[in-house]
Design a protein around this ligand. Sequence first.
Ligand code: 5GP
Length: 196
Amino acid sequence: MSSNSISKGRLLIITAPSGAGKTTVVHHLLREFDQQLAFSVSATTRPPRPGEIDGVDYYFITPEEFDAAIAQDQFAEWEEVYAGRKYGTLKSEIKRLWSMGQTIVFDLEVVGATKLKKMYPEESLAVFVQPPSSDILFERLRNRATEDAESLNARIERASLELSYANSFDLILVNDELENTLQDARQIVLDFLSLN
Ligand code: 5GP
């Protein structure tokens, strides 16, 4: 099959403010459903955090490479999530995972998630992971050792905006007790995968 004739698969879009626990949910689902789900590795211009691996967590590329990819229309969606920090979903990544017959899991901020949902309204399920409260979310962000003061403030500001998107998606998954959250997430995927 040529890369142009790949039939569409399904998309599971997980979105949330930074710090809401979205990445934990995504990793859990990928482990639980390792035969059915595959992660869409995004491109980003932000530097890797300790432990992050190029090609696994992200494709870490330079701003010049990112802009060249934009110019060549290589992104399904992209966002400058923080000043100077761009993140994007490569069309080639979607094709690659669909050609393997897998349902793709995306870890996206709310604007990119909205765009992708609009592109694939029938094929996608978009889940908003909601922190128990905005105060708890801000506290979690402060406790993250990875952030310096400047990027922490940017993240808190961005998180406030992102919280307002909660009702824009198909489902809200409240992340209060992690065990319950993961169980609920598992059920959501079971229901989604049983659709045809
Ligand atoms: P982080 O720097 O914490 O890994 O990610 C920052 C934010 O960017 C998170 O909300 C994450 O979900 C989002 N993000 C990661 N990859 C993409 C992408 O390809 N497109 C969009 N729109 N957002 C992304």
